[in-house]
Ligand binder design. Structure first.
Ligand SMILES: [Cu+2]
Length: 113
């Protein structure tokens, strides 16, 4: 009985997480091709979120965490400085918590020529 209840709860959480299509848009846009690397990334969400970690991977470099110290609480739009590292593909991975406590993660990428 306990296992059935647990399975039901896990299914509920999974469905809840999927129901949040959290990201509205990003700048640079996902899969954008840019002539120069930007100095910041902008992430616009559909609902307030507390970002807990944003990391950037450039080409073959190890991931580096971006500075979220300007944001302490729930926000809907984030502008996060990033260090330009030349041409190649940049992958931004983010994770955070929604207002109801659901963990959310996502990723977008762009290319600098
Ligand atoms: Cu939720």
């Amino acid at each position: 009985m306990k296992n059935i209840l647990l399975a039901g709860l896990v299914a509920f959480w999974a469905t809840g997480a999927v129901a949040h299509s959290a990201m509205d848009e990003t700048t640079p846009a996902h899969e954008a091709v840019l002539p120069e690397a930007p100095s910041e990334v902008v992430m616009n969400f559909l609902h307030d979120i507390r970002l807990t970690r944003v990391s950037m991977t450039h080409a073959d470099q190890p991931a580096v965490d971006l500075d979220l110290s300007a944001y302490k609480g729930m926000e809907i739009d984030f502008t996060v400085p990033m260090q330009a590292m030349g041409s190649g593909t940049y992958v931004i991975d983010w994770r955070g918590l929604g207002a109801d406590g659901h963990a959310m993660t996502g990723s977008f990428n762009f290319v600098v020529e």
